[in-house]
Design a protein around this ligand. Structure first.
Ligand code: ACO
Length: 436
């Protein structure tokens, strides 16, 4: 990993120059190893938002934003989305290789047989207001797993790590569906072991005790693809949160709950909801006839409006997930006889204008995964308030794989960023305060 090259940092304040090793990954930019910077110079680096900082080394996911490339364990997302099920992708992300056929059946059965949650969990749910946001409930439920499953909290036991991994990916769909059912006042639907992962989730979401629900294979495939496309995305905010929280040695359930909490923010997991709401608003204001006017608003810096579902911090060419999601969107709408869905037409019209417009071209703004995922989820019958929960369900595998990679790294340490202190220098409290 270390190269023959060095980075030399020189100072104008008299501090002697220091040399740092340069590290090379399999692909991607070289990295300057500054771990000894403070010891050698007494200085820190300053990098709010971590725009230039690699916080770890990882073998799980690689993104090349300029090429529009996303790889899970080296496999392009386009190939995984078309050829593999989400559970195969889970196995790949966690264990590093795609499962051999014989092992996969066993793994699938293992996951399916862990989908039921502790019965007490439904009583814990009763403490929540009915109108609680499902993400608020989900954050608590995931954290509460440390209370319900105390037999898999030893982070140093490889066996317990694996049990926690299976429990998390198996129970997440059940907990998401429970959050939904609770919010609409319907009884929880128990998982059904005869169904595959995505069908089981849709069954728990949409069946009622009074009516059987038969999952439609086209819609199930769409759900499964949504899961795969959101499964991991290297060191984003929620994943970094899971790593930092987990670095203290806390339970995997607590670390993943921290990831769920982080994902809830509108700048992260909430964008697909914002995008769908934007499309619905344009539709309400006049639809296709108003697209031009809306685009002018988006380009006007003073309006504060943005074309939601466009642009990405890392992808500056295209988001490979957006293309796959657009394909899925078409399939789902055709299957449901909604090929003329005005919101989909509106999205296509906006995309076409944006891709030809100088403002967007110059700034390298392309549709991201969220541009079409809201339309797909709406067509599947999922309400907007549940979009981020679906994202959390899918991302759980990424979080667990990254957590496991961290805690099994012999060099892992508790995360402890430093700061540039700009507050008061030391000062004295003058005289006794009234309550002292
Ligand atoms: N609509 C209009 N203008 C935009 C948009 C947009 N969606 N995105 C960026 N710009 C403009 C900015 O105004 C800025 O213009 P300027 O250089 O004239 O000032 C320029 O493009 C660069 O914008 P930044 O915000 O600096 O770009 P950054 O890479 O930091 O932002 C982000 C990325 C936050 C995703 C941004 O593109 C955005 O807000 N998009 C809309 C929200 C969205 O879809 N988020 C989902 C991200 S994907 C995900 O989380 C799964």
């Amino acid at each position: 990993m270390t190269t023959d090259h060095k980075a030399i940092l020189s100072f104008t304040d008299g501090t002697p120059s220091v040399e740092f090793p340069m590290l090379k990954g399999t692909t991607g930019p070289d990295v300057i190893d500054i771990r000894k910077l403070y010891a050698q110079t007494g200085k820190f680096t300053y990098d709010t938002g971590f725009l230039s900082t690699a916080s770890c080394d990882s073998t799980i996911t690689y993104i090349d934003g300029d090429k529009g490339q996303l790889l899970y364990r080296g496999y392009p997302i386009e190939q995984l989305a078309v050829n593999c099920s989400f559970l195969e992708v889970c196995y790949l992300l966690y264990y590093g290789e795609l499962p051999p056929e014989s092992e996969f059946k066993e793994f699938e059965q293992l996951v399916i047989h862990h989908t039921m949650v502790h019965e007490q969990m439904q009583f814990a749910m009763r403490g929540f207001r009915r109108d609680s946001h499902p993400m608020a409930i989900l954050t608590s439920l995931v954290g509460s797993m440390a209370a319900f499953y105390p037999d898999s909290l030893d982070i140093n036991s490889p066996e317990q790590q694996d049990i926690s991994f299976v429990r998390l990916i198996a129970k997440m769909p059940t907990m998401v569906a429970m959050s939904y059912k609770y919010s609409i006042g319907q009884p929880y639907i128990y998982p059904k072991n005869s169904l595959d992962y995505a069908s089981n989730f849709m069954h728990m979401m949409f069946a009622t005790p009074c009516e059987e629900y038969t999952p439609n294979p086209v819609l199930v495939r769409a759900m499964d693809r949504i899961f795969t496309l959101h499964a991991d995305h290297e060191q984003n905010a929620s994943t970094s949160t899971v790593r930092l929280c987990g670095s203290s040695g806390t339970s995997p359930f607590s670390a993943i709950a921290a990831g769920v909490a982080c994902l809830w923010g509108p700048a992260h997991g909430g964008a697909n909801q914002a995008c769908l709401e934007m499309l619905e608003q344009i539709q309400a204001e006049g639809g296709l006839a108003k697209v031009g006017e809306f685009m002018e608003r988006v380009k006007d810096k003073n309006s504060g409006a943005r074309l939601m579902g466009f642009g990405h911090r890392v992808y500056k060419n295209f988001d490979p997930r957006a293309k796959l999601m657009q394909e899925t969107c078409r399939e789902v709408l055709d299957e449901l006889g909604l090929g003329n869905d005005p919101i989909f037409k509106l999205a296509m019209a906006l995309e076409k204008i944006a891709l030809e417009d100088d403002y967007f071209v110059q700034r390298k703004l392309y549709p991201n995964v969220d541009f079409y995922s809201g339309i797909v989820q709406r067509a599947l019958g999922i309400p907007t308030s549940m979009f981020t929960c679906i994202f959390a369900l899918a991302r759980t595998i990424g979080w667990v794989a990254q957590w496991k990679e961290m805690i099994t790294d012999p060099e892992y340490k508790i995360g402890r960023p430093r700061q540039l202190y700009t507050g008061h220098p030391e000062r004295a409290v003058h005289g006794k305060r009234s309550r002292a």
